[in-house]
Design a protein around this ligand. Structure first.
Ligand SMILES: C[S@@+](CC[C@H](N)C(=O)[O-])C[C@H]1O[C@@H](n2cnc3c(N)ncnc32)[C@H](O)[C@@H]1O
Ligand code: SF4
Ligand code: SF4
Length: 353
């Protein structure tokens, strides 16, 4: 099993993004107990198979609201019993960075960090944006790999894809991920930020077309597009949020010690606690029910022409009547292209019947 553990240092934040599934500044002012997290990771390491892989991601709210030394301690004490574990953090980078922050990223995260940017709904003022921007630039200058998460909001899709792609290139980050919105936390209070599934689908197709046209595939790793391309290039359908096994492989440790699966619904839906035994957690009936729900697809998927490539997509994404939240038009166009290529290879194109 490839485990992913989201370790939330806090439930609250210094920003108040409109889409935030942890409710931004309104998230409870709760901070983790790092010793309890270290103990839990030890318990977990004793239970899993030596062949399993583990990735730990510090999360929040804003993970850097706690002292960076606390995250360093969790990494330092855990690496003895999870030696092959990889570590990372997703942060808003809206805080003054000191050597201790750069040191943590260098020593513990392998010089790699994820940060987020969204048009209009994220930064309250230009000062916040400038602070974020200068931190990104400094991280890049020091040779770190920066992954940028961008949520696919109405404001995002109002930007022409090529304009956004060029801006990301100018920023200089090496990786970008486009994340579709789930209806949790603050997002529920702001329905206006959601594009319709049809609009989102059209934007993804355009993103692909403009990326191809301008050669943007060479500018940085576009995780969303690459995950879709992989379906057609290698036949692997479960990359990224298409996996349909998040509820099985993910544990989110909330800052209050409660445990959930998917991080997006973790503030609302918990099934366990840090004090439980690992077998009790793994076999918890609510977790097993979540896993079963995730495995079952919307019935419309079974008659969909791209089902064999899509696989039914993320179960957290809402449907609008019979329209899913997947990049269906993009997958259809890639499927048409693939069929043509196969025909060409087999010499069946333009062959008289
Ligand atoms: C909850 S934040 C925590 C880390 C940090 N505060 C940050 O903003 O990067 C983690 C990621 O979730 C994204 N996110 C927040 N609410 C979301 C939602 N309702 N749907 C999809 N992604 C969301 C954020 O944009 C961010 O990239
Ligand atoms: S998305 Fe991140 S930065 Fe924005 S309010 Fe939520 S936790 Fe804070
Ligand atoms: S494209 Fe939509 S309808 Fe088709 S399989 Fe994927 S999620 Fe289901």
């Amino acid at each position: 099993m490839n485990w992913i553990l989201y370790l939330k240092t806090t439930e609250t934040c210094n920003l108040n993004c409109k889409h935030c599934f942890t409710n931004g500044t309104n998230g409870p002012k709760i901070y983790w107990n790092k010793t309890a997290v270290i103990d839990w990771l030890k318990k977990f390491s004793e239970y899993i198979s030596p062949n399993d892989t583990v990735h730990c991601e510090f999360h929040g709210g804003e993970p850097f609201l706690v002292e960076s030394s606390e995250m360093r301690d969790v990494w330092f004490y855990t690496k003895n019993y999870l030696p092959n574990c990889t570590w990372g953090a997703t942060t808003n980078l809206v805080f003054r960075m000191y050597e201790r922050h750069f040191g943590l990223i260098e020593d513990s995260f392998g010089k790699r960090i994820a940060t987020s940017w969204d048009p209009k709904i994220r930064f309250a003022n230009n000062k916040q944006y400038e602070l974020w921007h200068s931190n990104v630039k400094e991280l890049l200058k020091r040779g770190n790999t920066v992954k940028l998460n961008i949520s696919v909001t109405r404001d995002t899709i109002n930007i022409k894809p090529i304009v956004l792609l060029r801006w990301i290139r100018r920023l200089g980050v090496q990786e970008v991920s486009f994340e579709r919105l789930t209806g949790n936390g603050s997002a529920l209070k702001h329905p206006d930020i959601f594009p319709t599934n049809k609009e989102q689908d059209a934007w993804f197709l355009k993103l692909h077309q403009e990326s191809e046209k301008y050669g943007a595939r060479d500018w940085f790793h576009n995780e969303f597009l690459e995950n879709v391309y992989t379906k057609f290039d290698t036949g692997f359908t479960g990359a990224g949020t298409f996996c349909r096994d998040c509820e099985e492989k993910i544990f989110t440790l909330n800052a209050d010690g409660s445990i959930a699966g998917c991080p997006n619904s973790a503030p609302e839906e918990q099934f366990g606690h840090i004090n439980m035994t690992i077998p009790d957690l793994i076999n918890n009936p609510i977790r097993l029910e979540n896993m079963a729900c995730e495995k079952s697809r919307n019935p419309n998927c079974y008659s969909c022409e791209v089902f064999s490539h899509c696989g039914g997509d993320c179960h957290q994404l809402r449907w609008e009547d019979y329209i899913c939240g997947a990049p269906k038009s993009l997958m259809k166009s890639l499927m048409t292209k693939k069929v043509w290529m196969i025909k060409e290879i087999n010499g069946t194109v333009n062959k008289p019947c």
